[in-house]
Design a protein around this ligand. Structure first.
Ligand code: PLP
Length: 413
């Protein structure tokens, strides 16, 4: 499928995504299928950041001078771009963080401090990334909270009836991923949120793997918190977002102390800044926020209708072609409409590391290992998988190259 607004394969090297024009081990073009780990950056993101360093750079918020005001305007305009992207009610609900991991840690730490005591419970699922497990375990070590886990089916779907049974008077928050970075499962987050709210429990959605692939409307979802990372959606590293409903952000304490997050400081008493600055201690990465805004503009200009149509086609095509390979096992939902652009697989008894290393020599970049989801690996009874994950610049030719590559690796064993 060729969609007019999507970059063409021929244009990749010279045009939008320079890195995809790289020759690796004499192979061209690079077949980059590690997008769930991080995406490549379109030229406009890198150029906007370079331009800001060359022509605008100054610390934001406190400066009266020209450059500081210009940098502040850019930074706050980026916050508005994020607000629009998520359809949040106000920019006061958009907190810049370093990424999904920091956003989740912030909620676990601050919500935990305000609302959870020994014996209280958080509901997670069996398919969470370590960042949505360990953050809560740190709170557990501090406050004695309990982790309750929603199990999954063999096809990698949440057992929703078991989810409902986990609620009791000690349940204080639900924290669940929108899309699994291993299985590609698209979780029914609207139902998850509705059920939690029926029990009066707020919900944090880990949007690290959903934001690059589908439109997000936090008001429509009704989630209380939503976390994502810039680098997974064509933006720079080192920046991410925590969306939080104002009523929650108002009621939880700050995460870190320092400049920016205060109103007044004395040795006796400090008062905190208004939202969202209360959660943004220290100099923010104001250049990365510009890059993130450019990335979101880039995605918006292509449009999720085109992106989803393209990536769904790629996923369906890849699932079908991969099954041509003898001894192929694909993890996660068989139903393509429930399966996002992430495919974990295992071929016979070829170790995933061997498969990944040999594919690399053929110019095909996939990820191998436990994908920061060791409890899920344990549930699946495996140590790791090979994972191919797609972005809007991937094509059916990339899938063909992957399948042919796997067949060649298989012949070597
Ligand atoms: N959550 C999920 C589902 C992820 O896939 C990832 C990264 O792979 C993260 C959280 C952590 O994201 P980051 O490392 O950008 O903070």
């Amino acid at each position: 499928m060729q969609i007019d607004s999507l970059p063409t394969r021929e244009g990749l090297g010279k045009g939008l995504f320079p890195i995809l024009g790289k020759v690796i081990y004499g192979k061209y073009p690079l077949v980059y299928l590690d997008n769930a780990a991080t995406t490549q950056k379109p030229r406009q993101v890198v150029e906007a950041m370079t331009e800001e360093y060359y022509n605008v750079n100054a610390n934001v918020h406190r400066g009266v001078h020209f450059l500081s005001q210009q940098a502040t305007d850019l930074h706050e305009a980026s916050r508005e771009t994020v607000r629009r992207f998520l359809n949040a009610r106000s920019t006061t609900e958009i907190v810049f963080t370093r990424g999904t991991t920091e956003s989740i840690n912030l909620v676990a730490s601050c919500f935990g401090q305000a609302f959870m005591k020994e014996g209280d419970e958080v509901i997670l699922s069996e398919m969470e990334h370590h960042s949505n497990i360990v953050s809560w375990q740190l709170l557990q070590a501090r406050s004695g909270i309990r982790l309750r886990i929603v199990p999954i089916t063999d096809d990698g779907l949440l057992k929703m009836d078991e989810y409902e049974k986990l609620f009791n008077e000690r349940t204080k928050i639900v924290s669940i991923t929108h899309v699994s970075n291993v299985l590609g499962t698209i979780n029914p987050v609207k139902d998850i949120i509705r059920i939690a709210h029926e029990h009066g429990v707020p919900v944090l959605i880990d949007g690290a793997q959903s934001t690059p692939h589908m439109p997000i409307d936090v008001q429509e979802l009704g989630c209380d918190f939503f976390a994502f990372s810039g680098h997974k959606i064509y933006g720079p590293t080192g920046i991410g977002v925590l969306y939080g409903k104002e009523e929650w952000l108002d009621r939880i304490p700050p995460y870190m102390g320092g400049g920016e997050m205060i109103k007044t400081v004395s040795f006796e008493r400090t008062t905190f800044n208004e939202l969202p600055y209360k959660f943004e201690a220290g100099t923010p990465d104001y250049v990365a926020s510009t890059g993130l805004a450019q990335a979101l503009d880039f995605v918006t200009s292509i449009g999720f209708d085109a992106i989803q149509a393209h990536e769904r086609d790629l996923t369906a095509y890849a699932m079908q072609r991969l099954m041509e390979v003898e001894d192929m096992k694909i993890y996660g939902p068989k139903e393509v409409s429930l399966h996002d652009a992430v495919i974990s697989f295992q071929v016979g008894n070829i170790h995933h590391l061997d498969m990944g290393t040999l594919l690399d020599r053929l110019g095909i970049a996939v990820r191998t290992g436990h994908h920061c989801a060791e409890p899920l690996m344990r549930r699946l009874g495996i140590e790791g998988t090979c994972r191919a994950s797609f972005a809007l610049y991937n094509t059916r030719e990339d899938v063909d190259a992957l399948v042919e590559g796997i067949k060649r690796v298989k012949q070597m064993f």
